[in-house]
Design a protein around this ligand. Structure first.
Ligand SMILES: C[S@@+](CC[C@H](N)C(=O)[O-])C[C@H]1O[C@@H](n2cnc3c(N)ncnc32)[C@H](O)[C@@H]1O
Length: 288
């Protein structure tokens, strides 16, 4: 186990008791299938050798390892996530790669007692799930030295992300939307899609010079129609509708699975299901 500073947080609990198993089952899709959205920003990112870098909501740690290579042996990366099971994969991969300048810590970003020691905070899809986004952003700013930079990737709206929107609509043709008190992963994958809202949140948290850069492109959401269909029923907006509908969902499972196969099949390219997607890479500076 890593160092633990977990408070009771309903979203952190949900990540651990419900999502972690499902995420592990579909790791290939989540870690590699969506990686276009970190590959492009990481190629553009300038990292001075010896930089100290924080990767928040780092999951299995592949971006933390990429950053560890970029900063080199004089630098350091801390990968932080609230699911220690994910971090174990990062620790194993770092050991296998012989990378000694990266550490993985099990903690809640909102409350971790950061010191202002990092030059860069990076996150791929790890910022959209906080109980209080401004509190988390303010805490992340505490981790940055004056002049330090925050670079994070979030999904744009569901309309710009057919890989999530199309399956959700299919499931909603059969089942009711989730109720108000549905258990969730937090504000959710589209909670930072609106640049005006996120700019305001970052400003309130003390960041300056907020910029948005759009990445559009294909994501691989399964190595077969069947696998893509199962992924959609397990996770994301379609999975949430299905999970929350309980017995009714199970009763209609056959019809829903077939409708999903029908809608996913046209996206097959050389045996893989490839769908359009869109993200923001958001950059903001800590003025000090
Ligand atoms: C969509 S996943 C992205 C994981 C990884 N960055 C990637 O792209 O594969 C979101 C991650 O944020 C983590 N997370 C959510 N809320 C968190 C919190 N309050 N503190 C730390 N990590 C959190 C989850 O455990 C999960 O690993």
């Amino acid at each position: 186990m890593g160092e633990t500073t977990l408070p009771v947080n309903e979203y952190v609990e949900f990540w651990n008791d419900t999502l972690a198993d499902k995420f592990e089952r579909y790791r290939e899709i989540l870690m590699n299938g969506l990686s276009l959205h970190s590959r492009i920003p990481l190629e553009r990112l300038e990292v001075a050798p010896g930089s100290r870098i924080l990767d928040v909501g780092c999951g299995w740690g592949d971006t933390a390892l990429a950053l560890a290579r970029m900063t080199g042996p004089q630098g350091f990366v801390m990968g932080l996530d609230c699911v220690d099971r994910f971090l174990e994969k990062g620790r194993q991969d770092a050991a296998e790669a012989g990378l000694t300048n990266v550490e993985f810590v099990d903690a809640d970003v909102e409350t971790y007692p950061f010191k202002p020691e990092y030059d860069l905070c990076f996150s791929r899809f790890g910022m959209m799930f906080f109980q209080n986004p401004v509190v988390a952003m303010r805490n992340i700013r505490k981790a940055l030295r004056p002049g330090g930079r925050l670079v994070f990737i979030v999904w744009r709206d569901i309309e710009d992300n057919p890989w999530l929107g199309v399956p959700k609509q299919v499931v909603l043709d059969f089942l009711p939307p989730p109720g108000e008190d549905a258990r969730t992963c937090g504000p959710g994958p589209f909670s930072m899609a609106n640049p005006d809202v996120v700019s305001k949140q970052l400003e309130i948290a003390g960041f300056a010079d907020v910029r948005f850069e759009r990445t559009d492109g294909p994501v691989i959401v399964g190595d077969s129609v069947e696998n893509a269909m199962r992924f959609q029923l397990a996770l994301g907006p379609a999975g949430e509708v299905f999970r929350e509908a309980g017995e009714e969902a199970e009763r209609r499972r056959g019809e829903i699975e077939q409708a999903l196969r029908d809608v996913l099949a046209p996206f097959e390219e050389q045996g893989r299901i490839v769908m359009p997607s869109s993200s923001w890479t958001i950059t903001a500076d800590n003025p000090g």
